[in-house]
Design a protein around this ligand. Sequence first.
Ligand code: UTP
Length: 289
Amino acid sequence: MKITKAVIPAAGLGTRVLPATKAIPKEMFPIVDKPAIQYIVEEAVASGITDILIVTNRGKELIENHFDREPELEQRLLQNNKIAMLNEVVNISKLANIYFIRQKETLGLGHAISCARSFVGNEPFAVLYGDDVIIGEEPACAQLMQAYEKYNRAVLGINKVSRKDITKYSSLKVKSIKENIYYCSDMIEKPNKDEVMSLYSILGRCILTPDIFEILKTIKPGIGGEIQLTDALKVLANTAGMTAVEFTGVRYDMGNKLGIMKACIEVALNHPEIGSDFKKYLKKIANEI
Ligand code: UTP
Protein backbone atom coordinates (compact mmCIF):
# COMPACT_ATOMS: atom_id res chain seq x y z
CA MET A 1 0.00 0.00 0.00
CA LYS A 2 1.37 3.41 -0.98
CA ILE A 3 2.12 5.68 1.97
CA THR A 4 0.56 9.13 1.67
CA LYS A 5 0.10 10.14 5.32
CA ALA A 6 2.60 11.41 7.85
CA VAL A 7 2.41 12.35 11.51
CA ILE A 8 4.71 14.96 13.04
CA PRO A 9 4.67 14.86 16.85
CA ALA A 10 5.42 18.39 18.01
CA ALA A 11 3.73 18.60 21.40
CA GLY A 12 6.77 18.10 23.65
CA LEU A 13 7.68 20.68 26.29
CA GLY A 14 11.24 21.11 25.06
CA THR A 15 12.63 21.41 28.58
CA ARG A 16 16.23 20.99 27.40
CA VAL A 17 16.03 24.32 25.58
CA LEU A 18 14.34 26.43 28.19
CA PRO A 19 13.81 29.32 28.56
CA ALA A 20 13.49 29.74 24.76
CA THR A 21 10.79 27.06 24.55
CA LYS A 22 8.68 28.98 27.05
CA ALA A 23 8.11 31.51 24.25
CA ILE A 24 8.73 29.58 21.01
CA PRO A 25 8.15 25.90 20.26
CA LYS A 26 11.52 24.25 19.46
CA GLU A 27 9.93 23.00 16.23
CA MET A 28 9.76 26.67 15.17
CA PHE A 29 13.40 27.52 15.93
CA PRO A 30 14.86 28.97 12.73
CA ILE A 31 17.74 27.27 10.97
CA VAL A 32 19.04 30.51 9.43
CA ASP A 33 15.75 31.67 7.87
CA LYS A 34 13.42 28.68 7.92
CA PRO A 35 11.73 27.07 10.93
CA ALA A 36 12.84 23.51 11.72
CA ILE A 37 9.39 22.05 11.13
CA GLN A 38 9.25 23.48 7.59
CA TYR A 39 12.35 21.43 6.67
CA ILE A 40 10.53 18.39 8.04
CA VAL A 41 7.29 19.07 6.15
CA GLU A 42 9.33 19.65 2.98
CA GLU A 43 11.12 16.32 3.49
CA ALA A 44 7.76 14.53 3.83
CA VAL A 45 6.38 16.22 0.71
CA ALA A 46 9.54 15.45 -1.29
CA SER A 47 9.00 11.80 -0.26
CA GLY A 48 5.49 11.74 -1.77
CA ILE A 49 3.44 12.45 1.39
CA THR A 50 0.24 14.42 0.68
CA ASP A 51 -1.47 14.55 4.11
CA ILE A 52 0.27 15.56 7.32
CA LEU A 53 -1.02 15.61 10.88
CA ILE A 54 0.94 17.79 13.27
CA VAL A 55 0.37 16.91 16.93
CA THR A 56 0.59 20.12 18.96
CA ASN A 57 -0.06 21.38 22.43
CA ARG A 58 -1.06 24.62 24.16
CA GLY A 59 1.32 27.41 23.21
CA LYS A 60 2.17 25.95 19.80
CA GLU A 61 -0.16 28.19 17.75
CA LEU A 62 2.88 29.61 15.95
CA ILE A 63 3.16 26.30 14.10
CA GLU A 64 -0.41 26.52 12.78
CA ASN A 65 0.05 30.15 11.77
CA HIS A 66 3.23 29.32 9.84
CA PHE A 67 1.39 26.93 7.51
CA ASP A 68 -1.50 29.39 6.98
CA ARG A 69 -1.76 32.31 4.52
CA GLU A 70 -0.89 35.82 5.75
CA PRO A 71 -2.78 38.30 3.53
CA GLU A 72 -1.33 41.50 5.01
CA LEU A 73 2.26 40.34 4.57
CA GLU A 74 1.49 39.02 1.07
CA GLN A 75 -0.05 42.37 0.09
CA ARG A 76 3.05 44.23 1.28
CA LEU A 77 5.40 41.93 -0.62
CA LEU A 78 3.28 42.40 -3.76
CA GLN A 79 3.30 46.21 -3.39
CA ASN A 80 7.07 46.15 -2.99
CA ASN A 81 7.42 43.88 -6.03
CA LYS A 82 9.15 41.18 -3.95
CA ILE A 83 7.60 38.45 -6.08
CA ALA A 84 10.08 35.65 -5.36
CA MET A 85 9.60 36.08 -1.60
CA LEU A 86 5.83 36.39 -2.08
CA ASN A 87 5.76 33.05 -3.91
CA GLU A 88 7.93 31.45 -1.25
CA VAL A 89 5.63 32.66 1.54
CA VAL A 90 2.42 31.61 -0.25
CA ASN A 91 3.84 28.19 -1.16
CA ILE A 92 4.36 27.27 2.51
CA SER A 93 0.57 27.05 2.88
CA LYS A 94 0.31 24.85 -0.22
CA LEU A 95 2.96 22.25 0.62
CA ALA A 96 0.45 19.56 1.69
CA ASN A 97 -2.92 19.08 3.34
CA ILE A 98 -1.86 19.91 6.87
CA TYR A 99 -4.05 19.00 9.85
CA PHE A 100 -3.56 19.68 13.54
CA ILE A 101 -4.61 17.88 16.68
CA ARG A 102 -3.85 18.71 20.28
CA GLN A 103 -2.27 16.23 22.62
CA LYS A 104 -4.18 17.41 25.66
CA GLU A 105 -1.66 16.11 28.18
CA THR A 106 2.06 15.75 27.53
CA LEU A 107 2.20 12.05 28.28
CA GLY A 108 5.06 11.09 25.97
CA LEU A 109 5.87 10.42 22.33
CA GLY A 110 3.92 7.13 22.30
CA HIS A 111 0.83 8.95 23.55
CA ALA A 112 1.32 11.69 20.91
CA ILE A 113 1.30 9.01 18.18
CA SER A 114 -1.89 7.47 19.58
CA CYS A 115 -3.58 10.88 19.05
CA ALA A 116 -3.19 10.24 15.29
CA ARG A 117 -5.38 7.14 15.20
CA SER A 118 -8.45 8.56 13.46
CA PHE A 119 -6.30 10.53 10.98
CA VAL A 120 -4.33 7.43 10.04
CA GLY A 121 -7.23 4.97 9.82
CA ASN A 122 -6.11 1.60 8.54
CA GLU A 123 -3.06 2.68 6.53
CA PRO A 124 0.69 2.53 7.06
CA PHE A 125 2.05 6.00 7.84
CA ALA A 126 5.30 7.88 8.26
CA VAL A 127 6.38 9.48 11.54
CA LEU A 128 8.82 12.40 11.45
CA TYR A 129 9.81 13.73 14.88
CA GLY A 130 9.17 17.46 15.00
CA ASP A 131 12.57 18.33 16.41
CA ASP A 132 14.73 16.12 14.16
CA VAL A 133 15.80 17.82 10.94
CA ILE A 134 17.56 15.60 8.42
CA ILE A 135 19.29 17.24 5.48
CA GLY A 136 20.61 15.16 2.62
CA GLU A 137 20.34 14.48 -1.08
CA GLU A 138 17.67 11.79 -0.82
CA PRO A 139 14.90 12.56 1.71
CA ALA A 140 15.30 10.24 4.72
CA CYS A 141 11.54 9.58 4.80
CA ALA A 142 11.65 8.39 1.16
CA GLN A 143 14.50 5.99 1.99
CA LEU A 144 12.29 4.39 4.67
CA MET A 145 9.22 4.34 2.41
CA GLN A 146 11.18 2.38 -0.21
CA ALA A 147 12.12 -0.20 2.43
CA TYR A 148 8.47 -0.46 3.49
CA GLU A 149 7.42 -1.17 -0.08
CA LYS A 150 10.11 -3.80 -0.44
CA TYR A 151 9.81 -5.67 2.89
CA ASN A 152 6.18 -4.88 3.75
CA ARG A 153 6.64 -4.37 7.48
CA ALA A 154 7.25 -1.38 9.77
CA VAL A 155 10.54 0.49 9.23
CA LEU A 156 12.85 2.36 11.58
CA GLY A 157 15.26 5.10 10.55
CA ILE A 158 18.51 4.35 12.33
CA ASN A 159 22.04 5.64 12.66
CA LYS A 160 24.95 4.91 14.96
CA VAL A 161 25.34 6.86 18.18
CA SER A 162 28.55 7.06 20.24
CA ARG A 163 29.00 4.61 23.14
CA LYS A 164 28.97 7.57 25.51
CA ASP A 165 25.59 8.80 24.20
CA ILE A 166 23.71 5.54 23.58
CA THR A 167 22.39 5.48 27.18
CA LYS A 168 20.40 8.64 26.34
CA TYR A 169 18.86 7.08 23.19
CA SER A 170 17.24 3.78 22.21
CA SER A 171 19.47 0.80 21.41
CA LEU A 172 18.44 -1.81 18.81
CA LYS A 173 19.17 -5.47 18.25
CA VAL A 174 19.83 -5.67 14.51
CA LYS A 175 20.99 -8.20 11.92
CA SER A 176 22.30 -7.07 8.55
CA ILE A 177 20.09 -7.82 5.52
CA LYS A 178 22.15 -5.94 2.91
CA GLU A 179 24.13 -2.71 2.67
CA ASN A 180 22.34 -0.17 4.89
CA ILE A 181 19.27 -2.39 5.55
CA TYR A 182 18.86 -4.40 8.78
CA TYR A 183 16.32 -6.64 10.46
CA CYS A 184 15.39 -5.45 13.96
CA SER A 185 14.00 -7.94 16.48
CA ASP A 186 14.37 -6.07 19.78
CA MET A 187 15.17 -2.72 21.35
CA ILE A 188 15.44 -0.87 24.62
CA GLU A 189 14.93 2.80 25.52
CA LYS A 190 17.75 4.57 27.41
CA PRO A 191 19.66 1.37 28.26
CA ASN A 192 22.08 1.00 31.15
CA LYS A 193 25.63 0.30 29.92
CA ASP A 194 25.16 -3.47 30.34
CA GLU A 195 21.82 -3.45 28.48
CA VAL A 196 23.14 -1.92 25.23
CA MET A 197 22.10 -4.13 22.27
CA SER A 198 24.05 -2.16 19.63
CA LEU A 199 25.06 1.43 18.96
CA TYR A 200 22.22 1.72 16.45
CA SER A 201 19.40 3.94 17.61
CA ILE A 202 16.09 5.16 16.15
CA LEU A 203 16.73 8.71 15.04
CA GLY A 204 13.66 10.73 14.20
CA ARG A 205 11.93 8.72 11.46
CA CYS A 206 9.84 5.59 11.14
CA ILE A 207 7.13 4.00 9.06
CA LEU A 208 4.45 2.42 11.21
CA THR A 209 1.59 0.06 10.55
CA PRO A 210 -1.82 0.74 12.14
CA ASP A 211 -1.45 -2.21 14.55
CA ILE A 212 0.79 0.12 16.58
CA PHE A 213 -2.36 1.79 17.99
CA GLU A 214 -3.63 -1.37 19.72
CA ILE A 215 -0.12 -1.97 21.08
CA LEU A 216 0.10 1.61 22.38
CA LYS A 217 -3.09 1.08 24.37
CA THR A 218 -1.31 -1.61 26.39
CA ILE A 219 1.85 0.41 27.11
CA LYS A 220 2.30 1.62 30.68
CA PRO A 221 4.31 4.76 31.47
CA GLY A 222 8.02 3.91 31.24
CA ILE A 223 11.17 6.00 31.64
CA GLY A 224 10.38 9.54 32.83
CA GLY A 225 6.75 8.52 33.51
CA GLU A 226 6.05 8.88 29.77
CA ILE A 227 4.31 6.50 27.36
CA GLN A 228 7.41 5.65 25.35
CA LEU A 229 7.01 4.93 21.63
CA THR A 230 10.06 2.65 21.91
CA ASP A 231 8.17 0.36 24.31
CA ALA A 232 5.42 -0.12 21.69
CA LEU A 233 7.96 -0.54 18.88
CA LYS A 234 9.69 -3.22 20.96
CA VAL A 235 6.44 -5.24 20.99
CA LEU A 236 6.18 -4.86 17.21
CA ALA A 237 9.85 -5.86 16.76
CA ASN A 238 9.46 -8.89 19.08
CA THR A 239 6.34 -10.12 17.26
CA ALA A 240 6.24 -9.06 13.59
CA GLY A 241 9.88 -7.91 13.29
CA MET A 242 10.87 -4.59 11.75
CA THR A 243 13.15 -3.34 8.99
CA ALA A 244 15.78 -0.78 9.96
CA VAL A 245 17.34 1.59 7.42
CA GLU A 246 20.60 3.36 8.16
CA PHE A 247 19.56 6.50 6.33
CA THR A 248 21.92 8.89 4.59
CA GLY A 249 21.80 12.60 5.39
CA VAL A 250 22.86 14.66 8.39
CA ARG A 251 20.53 14.70 11.36
CA TYR A 252 20.28 17.78 13.53
CA ASP A 253 18.62 17.45 16.92
CA MET A 254 16.76 20.72 17.43
CA GLY A 255 15.81 19.57 20.91
CA ASN A 256 19.23 20.31 22.41
CA LYS A 257 21.48 23.34 22.37
CA LEU A 258 24.46 21.80 20.59
CA GLY A 259 22.24 20.31 17.87
CA ILE A 260 20.64 23.70 17.23
CA MET A 261 24.02 25.41 16.86
CA LYS A 262 25.37 22.70 14.52
CA ALA A 263 22.29 23.02 12.31
CA CYS A 264 22.53 26.80 12.11
CA ILE A 265 26.27 26.85 11.36
CA GLU A 266 26.23 24.08 8.72
CA VAL A 267 23.16 25.44 6.92
CA ALA A 268 24.55 28.99 7.05
CA LEU A 269 27.82 27.82 5.45
CA ASN A 270 25.87 26.53 2.43
CA HIS A 271 23.30 29.30 2.28
CA PRO A 272 23.14 30.97 -1.18
CA GLU A 273 22.76 34.48 0.26
CA ILE A 274 25.11 34.55 3.25
CA GLY A 275 27.26 31.40 2.78
CA SER A 276 30.49 33.03 1.57
CA ASP A 277 30.39 35.94 4.04
CA PHE A 278 29.59 33.57 6.89
CA LYS A 279 32.51 31.31 5.93
CA LYS A 280 34.91 34.29 6.08
CA TYR A 281 33.49 35.29 9.46
CA LEU A 282 33.74 31.77 10.84
CA LYS A 283 37.35 31.39 9.67
CA LYS A 284 38.23 34.67 11.32
CA ILE A 285 36.77 33.78 14.70
CA ALA A 286 38.09 30.19 14.46
CA ASN A 287 41.58 31.68 14.29
CA GLU A 288 40.93 33.64 17.44
CA ILE A 289 39.70 30.78 19.65
P1 UTP B 1 11.51 14.63 22.90
O1 UTP B 1 11.54 13.73 24.06
O2 UTP B 1 12.79 14.92 22.19
O3 UTP B 1 10.83 16.04 23.22
O4 UTP B 1 10.43 14.08 21.86
P2 UTP B 1 10.55 16.79 24.59
O5 UTP B 1 9.79 15.95 25.55
O6 UTP B 1 9.94 18.08 24.16
O7 UTP B 1 12.04 17.07 25.11
P3 UTP B 1 12.63 17.55 26.51
O8 UTP B 1 13.29 16.34 27.07
O9 UTP B 1 11.53 18.14 27.37
O10 UTP B 1 13.65 18.61 26.15
C1 UTP B 1 10.60 13.90 20.46
C2 UTP B 1 9.45 14.51 19.69
O11 UTP B 1 8.19 14.09 20.22
C3 UTP B 1 7.36 15.18 20.56
C4 UTP B 1 8.33 16.36 20.74
O12 UTP B 1 7.67 17.59 20.42
C5 UTP B 1 9.44 16.04 19.77
O13 UTP B 1 9.19 16.56 18.49
N1 UTP B 1 6.58 14.85 21.79
C6 UTP B 1 7.21 14.44 22.94
C7 UTP B 1 5.21 14.96 21.75
O14 UTP B 1 4.61 15.33 20.71
N2 UTP B 1 4.48 14.68 22.88
C8 UTP B 1 5.08 14.26 24.04
O15 UTP B 1 4.35 14.02 25.04
C9 UTP B 1 6.49 14.15 24.05
